[in-house]
Design a binder for this molecule. Structure first.
Ligand code: BES
Ligand code: ZN
Ligand code: ZN
Length: 485
């Protein structure tokens, strides 16, 4: 793991393998002997443009990396996070082991320092656990450099950035695990281990307890697999709390989604190991929440199953009874996420959650609607929607509000049960959301469909291909900035 520090020193004195210096469009950089490059237009400060200088003039660093930060008026924490990530990835590929990033006084506030640290840690992550070559590159140390005047709040900000990014990478690591190595029982084991490391409570409900609770929707999905299901509950309680609210985080944990009897086509099916990304996001969020200690109690509920076809698998046409008492006709066994979430939402309410957020790789339809850029955000409550959107904006995670009117429920009519688990061809993300809404009931609730955003099919300069860890930072901020109303 990368060593993270904050340095209060003139940047000339920093001894490091490479010093990252931001260059902005329209502001000429003449330091480090870069004047000629700037004059020639080779260094223009365009966003994510990177220029490596060797043995630069006037600094102790072995190299200076000029990192384009775009137009100064467009610069933000989100931009800095990307620049830091792209710079670290570039330097890592050149085998640079120690890196520092200089923040000008105008951007030396806590949020910027945290964003730089986050960008570096997120950029450093590689989903290469199962590659056996022994020359895997890694960065040993990353420092944020501010002038000697930098205040004490910067230490907290750097610590916070590290906690957030490491939590997000924890999520990415879990999502990256293949389904043969990460079964529901193994997710539970990972949750237990994380909980004991960070002093959280962890409880795992097994099949028998689910049967007693009447979780017929969850159990129906689980019955097709030889791997037993697990409902993971991780609890954070603040030391003293007069909080009347209790945040419940519910995450879809399908360790592999074959589609079941309504089986998916072979092409691209390997990606369905990521179908537990919502659950992994909740575990990552709890890992950070345990360290940042918000005033509000938070509990994560993660239903874990493997969706398999087999002689015991549920069939299209089966009717299951959910824990809430509602009956569901399973028209399509591939719409399994909403089935397991239905019971997890009911359980989360029964356990005292006053506010709920779920995250799930729920529908292909959200990918059609929003591409890979935005999380689809559905809510049954205006204030709750604004809370989550506000947290997402502050964290630079893009989420887009989607409609959830009661009329969508008409699509889920079943002739034989209270509702069907699919709603036909159109509006697939909204019909999935309205299905969940039946189980969120009156509790203020937000549903995040992360099917398009939890996995990057192509790497970015600042982030490796594969699991993105989306929603972790937003959920943590939601908890840490919670205000009772
Ligand atoms: N895990 C999938 C969602 C998914 C599909 C993510 C494709 C990424 C790409 C989910 O369980 C699913 O299969 N949903 C179906 C629902 C349909 C049967 C109503 C879908 O979206 O195709
Ligand atoms: Zn499915
Ligand atoms: Zn699924």
């Amino acid at each position: 793991m990368m060593r993270i520090t904050l340095e209060r020193q003139p940047l000339e004195r920093i001894e490091t393998g490479a010093l990252i210096v931001l260059v902005f469009e329209g502001r000429k950089e003449a330091r480090f002997g870069a004047g000629d490059l700037t004059d020639a237009g080779e260094v223009a400060g365009k966003s994510l443009e990177l220029t490596l200088l060797h043995r630069p003039a006037g600094v102790a660093a072995a190299r200076v990396l000029l990192a384009g930060a775009g137009k100064p008026e467009k610069f933000s924490c989100a931009e800095l996070r990307k620049v830091a990530g792209a710079a670290v990835r570039h330097l890592k590929s050149k085998s640079v082991k120690t890196i520092a990033l200089a923040l000008d006084p105008e951007y030396a506030g806590g949020e910027y320092a945290a964003a730089a640290v986050e960008g570096a840690i997120l950029g450093e992550f590689e989903p290469d656990r199962y590659k056996t070559d022994d020359d895997k590159k890694s960065v040993e140390a990353f420092a944020v450099v501010v002038s000697a005047a930098g205040g004490a709040e910067l230490d907290d900000a750097v610590a916070r950035g590290r906690i957030l990014a490491e939590a997000q990478n924890f999520t990415r690591g879990l999502v990256n695990e293949p389904a043969n190595r990460l079964t529901p029982a193994k997710v539970a084991e990972a949750a237990r281990q994380m909980a004991s490391e960070f002093q959280l409570e962890c409880e795992v409900l097994e099949r028998e307890q689910m049967q007693k609770l009447g979780m017929g929707a969850l159990l129906g999905v689980a019955q097709g697999s030889a791997e037993p299901p697990a409902l993971i509950v991780v609890r954070y309680r603040p030391a003293q709390s007069e909080s009347k609210t209790h945040l419940g985080l519910v995450g879809k944990g399908v360790t592999f989604d074959t589609g079941g009897i309504s089986i998916k086509p072979a092409d691209g099916m390997e990606k369905m190991k990521y179908d537990m990304a919502g659950g992994a996001a909740m575990l990552g969020a709890m890992r950070a929440i345990a360290q940042l200690k918000p005033a509000i109690p938070v509990t994560a509920f993660i239903p874990c199953v493997e969706n398999m076809p087999g002689s015991r698998a549920q069939r299209p046409g089966d009717i299951v009874t959910a824990m809430s008492g509602k009956t569901i006709e399973v028209i399509n066994t591939d719409a399994e996420g909403r089935l397991i979430l239905a019971d997890a939402l009911t359980y989360a309410r029964q356990q005292g959650s006053t506010h709920l957020v779920d995250a799930a790789t729920l529908t292909g339809a959200i990918v059609v609607a929003l591409g890979h850029l935005n999380v689809g955000l559905f809510a049954n409550d205006e204030a709750m929607r604004e809370r989550v959107l506000g947290a997402a904006k502050a964290e630079g995670e893009r989420m887009w509000p989607m409609p959830l009117e009661d009329d969508y429920k008409d699509y889920l009519k079943s002739a034989f049960a209270d509702l069907a688990n699919v709603g036909g061809r159109w509006g697939g993300a909204a019909t999935a959301a309205i299905f969940l809404k039946e189980f969120a009931g009156e509790t203020p609730w937000v549903h995040l469909d992360i099917a398009g955003t939890a996995w990057l099919d192509e790497g970015k300069p600042f982030l490796a291909k594969g699991p993105s860890g989306v929603a972790v930072r937003t959920l943590v901020r939601l908890a840490t900035e919670w205000k009772e109303t």
